[in-house]
Design a binder for this molecule. Structure first.
Ligand code: GLU
Length: 605
């Protein structure tokens, strides 16, 4: 359990970054600039030993307001570095790069250069949204059966996730380089300097990192992670202990000087391939796989919701499509008239989610490999017809996928990715915005650490069972294919295509309902971002209705059961980080909120 003292100790990093960070200390002590009334607290239990479990809810806080620019990220050190880059005139993309490099160091359990990401970008000048796909790809040597045991049965997830075979070709560095070419303002090298310095000098271990080390004993099975995360007696390094990572400092220096190619070619690429091939349950990742990795620009998936346009990531993420579907189905309900934690609101949202998750399982996968009927899935008439299945008094139980003509016969993948990952939202001084969700999949990814960073286990976001009888699974492993994701970096625009919001969350498949509910909370219920992200969760992945344990919303269980909902109580590990743009009387303000379930921070000027 984290104590106030622990928090005070680990915030003792101030000397690393200089006096400008006093405000961050202040924020952690519970004094973030209060522009709005305090948010309702949403405590989460720590009882569940999850791959990346919920943290104790942070102190009740108020939304943070700023006039010029803002960063909201999962760790205060990373948010502060992002803000410093913005102060230097950096663009939202510049700040995103610096934030990601710091997160690789300070939040190694969630994201990093050994993983993949999706990024949604808004350019203020053209009022255009673009999306970047830095999702991992399956190595050329991967096979559909690779996660089956000798009897043809899927390996237990924990076994599949660990070791070299779960490592997909990392995409973060290439994706950020592509985005930097198009939207960077500061030199690439400069964006790496803060993380390099921090890696060399050390950073204080946060309560959450300490908690996750303690909950992940498998880290002891690999020499690199054992030495890095545990002391000589085998105890997790303590909260506040300074952890230096000179190997990562050197890796970052190589990428800073040599660009993305220095990551995908040469010594680093050889080291990654070797680590994967020599790990327990080795994988096939090769230097050639790394060399040929491509980050892609894809069309954003935008759906209308009332007077707004909500834009997100298309396949291989299921996030953008599922959120657009949920919102379109909710349009027929007067959500505004419902209170956030009311029975009516929980019922409408969870029923819409069931329908979206049924389609997601059946139709969504990497579009470069599978025929995805995108237009149909987003068709307003189709969605209006789907929404007619939502009855006011009765749950539909389990939703079926819509019947779409001409879709190839494929088995659905109902897998829900496990909750790790990190999301950050940024708005720069010119009004450009980034929503980036970045992941190494499970907490600490494959647990394979090389040159100071962890490699992902994103291959387990593929279906472990490649076919049902003779019918191939839509999300089966194929060389070069990208595993289906739920990551949902989201940007909302108004009728004139002006920026309204940037938002996203970690949480595996639950990302989709986390983000959908936060959109309703801000757009319909008029909550500020902090109140919206602190709302207790109630959601469905087309199974039970999951109510956040130990919160006011859990009190709806009886009434929901009476309506036919199967109810479970869950400790949620969301990490919703968002920024709203509020225009009032000719003045524009940024309002940021950071999920109290993690240790993130909104920082602006
Ligand atoms: N690997 C998951 C995905 O791509 C994300 C895991 C998480 O959010 O924790 O959807």
């Amino acid at each position: 359990m984290t104590t106030a003292n622990d928090t005070a100790r680990w915030t003792g990093w101030r000397p690393i970054l200089g006096a400008g960070l006093l405000s961050l200390w202040f924020a952690f002590a519970g004094g973030a600039s209060a522009q709005n009334a305090p948010a309702p607290s949403a405590p989460a239990s720590t009882a569940r030993p999850q791959p990346e479990s919920a943290s104790p809810a942070g102190p009740t806080r108020a939304a943070v307001a700023a006039d010029r620019h803002m960063v909201v990220a999962a760790n205060p050190l990373a948010a502060e570095i992002g803000r410093q880059i913005l102060r230097q005139g950096g663009s939202a993309i510049d700040a995103a790069i610096a934030v990601q490099m710091v997160l690789t160091l300070v939040e190694p359990q969630s994201s990093g250069i050994g993983g993949g990401a999706f990024l949604v970008h808004y350019t203020a000048e053209t009022r255009k949204v673009e999306t970047y796909d830095g999702r991992e790809t399956a190595p050329a040597g991967a096979t559909p059966d690779m996660f089956l045991d000798a009897d043809g049965k899927p390996l237990p997830f924990a076994q599949a996730a660990m070791g070299g075979h779960s490592v997909g070709v990392p995409g973060v560095v290439r994706m950020l380089a592509l985005a930097h070419e198009q939207h960077g303002r500061l030199p690439w090298l400069r964006l790496f300097e803060p993380a390099m310095r921090m890696a060399a000098e050390g950073f204080p271990i946060s309560p959450r990192l300490n908690q996750l080390i303690a909950e992940t004993p498998q880290l002891k099975e690999f020499p690199a992670t054992r030495n890095y995360f545990f002391d000589a007696d085998g105890n997790p390094k303590a909260v506040g202990e300074r952890l230096a990572n000179p190997e990562l400092a050197e890796t970052l220096r190589v990428i800073a000087n040599g660009g993305a190619n220095a990551f995908y070619n040469g010594g680093l690429a050889r080291a990654m391939a070797k680590a994967v091939r020599e790990a327990g349950t080795p994988g096939t990742l090769s230097v050639e796989d790394l060399k040929s990795y491509k980050a892609l620009k894809r069309e954003p998936v935008c759906g209308g919701y009332r007077q707004y346009k909500v834009c997100g990531m298309g396949p291989p993420s299921s996030g953008g499509v599922a959120i657009a579907q949920i919102l379109a189905m909710l349009e027929k309900f007067d959500m505004r008239a419902m209170a956030p934690n009311s029975l009516a609101a929980v019922h409408a949202l969870t029923e819409a989610e069931r329908l979206a998750f049924a389609d997601r399982a059946r139709y969504l996968a990497d579009m470069d490999f599978e025929q995805v009927p995108l237009e149909k899935l987003l068709d307003r008439r189709y969605l209006a017809a789907r929404a007619r299945q939502i009855l006011p008094e009765r749950s539909m139980g389990r939703a079926e996928a819509g019947r779409l003509q001409r879709a190839a016969l494929r088995a659905p993948d109902t897998l829900s990715e496990l909750p790790a990952t990190s999301h950050f939202s940024i708005v720069d001084g010119a009004g450009n915005a980034v929503a980036m969700t970045s992941s190494i999949e499970q907490a600490f990814g494959s647990r394979v650490m090389v040159r100071g960073f962890l490699l992902n286990n994103q291959m387990t976001d593929f279906a472990l069972r490649p076919r049902d009888g003779d019918v191939p699974n839509i999300n089966r492993v194929e060389p070069g294919k990208r595993p289906r994701s739920s990551m949902s970096p989201t940007i909302v625009l108004d009728r004139e295509n002006r920026l309204v919001m940037t938002l996203g969350s970690p949480g595996g498949a639950r990302i989709i309902p986390y983000v959908a509910r936060t959109l309703v909370a801000t757009l319909d219920w008029g909550l500020d971002m902090q109140r919206a992200v602190a709302l207790p969760h109630a959601l469905s992945l087309n199974g039970p209705t999951e109510l956040e344990r130990d919160t006011v919303i859990a009190g709806l269980a009886g009434e929901l059961r009476n309506m036919g909902h199967e109810v479970t109580f869950v400790a949620h590990g969301s990490g919703l980080h968002g920024i709203q743009i509020v225009r009032r009387q000719g003045r524009t303000q940024l309002i940021g909120g950071a999920d109290p379930r993690r240790e993130g921070e909104a920082l602006g000027d």
